[in-house]
Design a protein around this ligand. Structure first.
Ligand code: ZN
Length: 161
């Protein structure tokens, strides 16, 4: 899936997961609560990444004439602004929301690192193999996949709001 989908879904499932964890954790310390909630957000969002990638989809927009980085930069600016705005309006804890966003995105960042010429190493390769294992073998038509991904982003943002 595209980065915006992973970041938006990661933010919302991370936030919800962190609320559940916050209700379960029995500590007076604010720092402990934040660590548990942030960690949960990251973990739940990472799981959401694997689930989303298992759904047949298309990522051909990254291979367009515009190039990967221009498409990526545009969607990142839009999604970060939308989530920032929701955090401000709804008074959400940005650290926790950001943990979810990072959890949703980091698996693809690992692949990007290698693409950008970062030296191969065992840990990075293991992470990427693990990620690819969940990635759907089927590619959906872009005309079907793009609207689907936009709907998922909008739904995620509505639930975050
Ligand atoms: Zn992925």
């Amino acid at each position: 899936m595209t980065a915006a989908v992973h970041i938006a879904v990661g933010a919302v499932v991370g936030l919800w997961g962190s609320r559940l964890a916050g209700g379960l954790v029995n500590s007076e310390s604010k720092l402990v609560r934040l660590a548990v909630q942030g960690g949960t957000a990251f973990f739940v969002a990472t799981a959401s990444h694997l689930v989303l990638d298992a759904v047949p989809h298309s990522e051909v927009m990254y291979g367009s004439v515009l190039g990967k980085w221009s498409v990526l930069a545009t969607e990142l600016v839009i999604i970060f602004n939308a989530i920032f705005w929701i955090c401000c309006v709804r008074n959400l804890n940005f650290l926790i929301v950001f943990s979810g966003m990072a959890g949703g995105a980091w698996l693809d960042c690992a692949s990007l690192l290698l693409d950008s010429g970062f030296p191969q190493n065992f840990l990075l390769n293991a992470v990427i193999d693990f990620h690819n294992y969940f990635h759907s073998q089927y590619v959906l038509e872009l005309s079907l996949s793009l609207p689907m991904q936009i709907v998922i982003v909008v739904f995620a943002l509505v639930f975050l709001f």
